[in-house]
Design a protein around this ligand. Structure first.
Ligand SMILES: [Zn+2]
Length: 389
């Protein structure tokens, strides 16, 4: 009961800071003595701090409270086929660091685990060097992750079934903080819900573009995972049985139209001559530059990809009825050219006049890493409070 009340106060302060003890009591229904005692506890755990006096409505000065951002950090690492992104945030959600490493992870899983652990170790070393305690580390994976954090299927990084969490815990020498693994699109949706431009919308979908496509789905404020963690695995939604070949062996899947390998092949046909692409970031920059200059091959490829993406978005709108579908990951920088075609296709396919809108994620690249870090903050707010010093 007390832990629950502590989290009620913590969540209230996150949403309304700076605020006074009286504000908390008035809005949460907890009595003033209880709030005072809970606030003292949270001050001692260094989760809140006092910011000074402000005159309240009746002119009496009240001490204002805000989240204490200095003592803690949460870490997220996003693993993609061609790169890793690491993000550390403080309790208030401010970014402490954001690193990107071009790093093809398609070799043997043991090597990939070592690379993820090495990056995690460097981030942890950096923020603990600033005197911060780590609240948790979550690794975002482009694939199917079971409820026990086992990676079941991650074809874009070529992993077999892999107990990534256990291997990371071992590589990081059994750290005191919580280590977790989750699907990248689920974590991007979590970041969207917590800190994105559409925070607090209870029904949303984050479509995470990359080498493959995933959908992170929030329904009534909660992530939708499905019976096996498979919800949102939209990359192999078959749009046309006569379409181009897909990595899964079938034809015409969404990935085969809008995944980065397909998109780069169509928009930049000369790229194939340079051998396999190991990092897609420079290719995306080239596509953006050429599209901005009106290159017909590039804008044509983006319009076609947008139409295919629109087909998938229309399916999501009909099936899940979200308020908003956000284009994230590699779709975000390409959105000026994708979005008109997505909207036209959705308009032609969705039958209801009041379907959810389509927008561009404001989180930028690394949304899944931000979500990974945010997951640790969610855990704190769910009652896994750091111990009293
Ligand atoms: Zn496929």
């Amino acid at each position: 009961m007390r832990t629950t009340n502590l989290t009620v106060v913590l969540r209230y302060v996150r949403a309304h800071a700076p605020c006074s003890r009286a504000d908390i009591a008035a809005s949460t229904g907890l009595n003033k003595a209880t709030v005072s005692s809970l606030v003292t506890d949270l001050l001692e755990r260094r989760l809140l701090r006092e910011t000074g006096l402000v005159a309240n409505r009746i002119g009496r000065p009240a001490t204002m409270l805000t989240l204490e951002s200095r003592p803690y950090a949460a870490v997220g690492i996003e693993v993609a086929a061609d790169h890793m992104t690491a993000v550390a945030i403080d309790l208030a959600g401010e970014r402490l660091l954001s690193w990107r490493r071009a790093s093809p992870l398609t070799g043997p899983p043991g090597k990939a685990v070592a690379a993820v652990a090495a990056l995690a170790g460097r981030v942890v070393g950096k923020v603990t060097g600033q005197g911060r305690q780590i609240l948790g580390l979550t690794v975002a994976v482009p694939g199917l992750v079971a409820a026990d954090d086992t990676v079941r299927f991650a074809p874009h990084v070529g992993w077999p079934e892999l107990d990534l969490r256990a291997q990371l815990v071992k590589a990081l020498r059994r750290p005191a903080y919580d280590v977790a693994v989750d699907n990248d699109a689920n974590l991007a949706a979590l970041a969207e819900q917590r800190d994105g431009g559409y925070a607090d919308i209870p029904d949303l979908v984050h479509l995470l573009g990359g080498v493959g496509v995933g959908a992170g789905i929030i329904v009534e404020g909660r992530p939708l995972r499905g019976g096996h963690g498979r919800a949102g695995q939209i990359g192999h939604l078959q749009l046309d049985p006569g379409g181009p070949e897909c990595g899964c062996g079938r034809r015409g899947c969404l990935d085969a139209y809008v995944g980065l390998p397909a998109l780069v092949r169509r928009a930049l046909p000369d790229t194939a001559a340079d051998g396999p692409v190991v990092d897609y970031a420079p290719e995306i920059e080239r596509i953006v530059a050429l599209a901005g200059a009106g290159d017909a091959t590039v804008t044509g490829a983006l319009a076609e990809a947008g139409a295919r993406l629109g087909h998938a978005v229309a399916t999501l709108l009909d099936l899940l009825d979200p308020r908003v579908v956000l284009l994230g990951g590699s779709f975000a920088p390409l959105a000026p050219w994708l979005l008109p075609a997505v909207e036209a296709e959705v308009g032609a396919r969705v039958t209801t006049p009041d379907a959810g809108r389509i927008a561009v994620s404001t989180l930028g690249p690394g949304a899944a890493a931000v979500g990974g870090a945010a997951r640790a903050l969610d855990r704190v707010e769910a009652g896994h409070l750091p111990a009293l010093p």
